[in-house]
Design a protein. Structure first.
Length: 223
């Protein structure tokens, strides 16, 4: 099984549909990899909220994913970027602006196996919930060298080690052994699945101009 790291910079958007009637929009983006069965193949990552940009937000947000080439080359994986407007009113969901969906196989076309290739820049149309094209998303991307085993997900924070005492070492060894066995079985079967994508209840922090959402939000799907 072969994998390639994908590095993205979600740069900015222009001409977003205005979904707020009375207040200025505060757009942010949710970025993830999903297959055609609506199953997640990555964790969801969120940009900061641009509280000043309105319909023309700027983020310059870096994110990395690991791509299963066998699935991607069969045109079964999409890069999905959902655009939303933050709402502070208690009990109100953030408003959907639109989304961009790009086949990973289309992004791979411009890259050989050389990880020294320069990053590519592209602009893609944003499709609203009504199915209309309005606005554009600018992002850059680059693929790393192909590897035989998936690296650790760069978006997942490692858990702290257990105690260093005798019992702690036994528990740690047992946990690592069990975890590695399950991981080996999953990799052998070509599986890198993070669960069904059943909703978009992402709530990024909105405490300032350069808010950074918590990467450990409860709505992120975990293996």
């Amino acid at each position: 099984m072969s994998y390639r790291p994908l590095e993205l910079v979600i740069m900015s958007a222009q001409g977003l549909k205005k979904v707020n009637r009375l207040t200025k929009m505060k757009p942010y983006a949710v970025v993830f990899i999903r297959d055609h069965n609506n199953t997640l193949h990555s964790h969801k990552r969120k940009t900061s909220v641009d509280s000043k940009g309105g319909s023309n937000p700027i983020w310059s947000f870096n994110v990395k994913f690991t791509i299963n080439l066998a699935i991607a080359q069969d045109d079964h994986l999409d890069l999905v970027v959902k655009l939303k407007s933050r709402r502070k009113t208690h009990g109100c969901r953030d408003k959907d602006i639109g989304e961009v969906r790009v086949l990973i196989s289309d992004l791979l076309i411009c890259f050989g196996d050389d990880d020294g290739a320069a990053e590519k820049h592209t602009t893609r149309d944003i499709v609203t919930s009504d199915g209309e094209k309005q606005g554009a998303l600018a992002f850059s991307y680059k693929f790393g060298r192909t590897v035989d085993h998936p690296p650790l997900d760069p978006n997942v924070k490692q858990r702290p080690k257990r105690g260093t005492g005798f019992l702690g070492k036994i528990a740690e060894g047992f946990g690592e052994g069990l975890g590695s066995g399950l991981a080996a079985a999953a990799v052998g079967a070509g599986v890198m699945i993070f669960g069904r994508d059943d909703g978009d209840d992402e709530q990024p922090d909105d405490d300032g101009d350069d808010e950074q959402p918590d990467d450990d939000d409860d709505d992120d799907e975990h293996p």
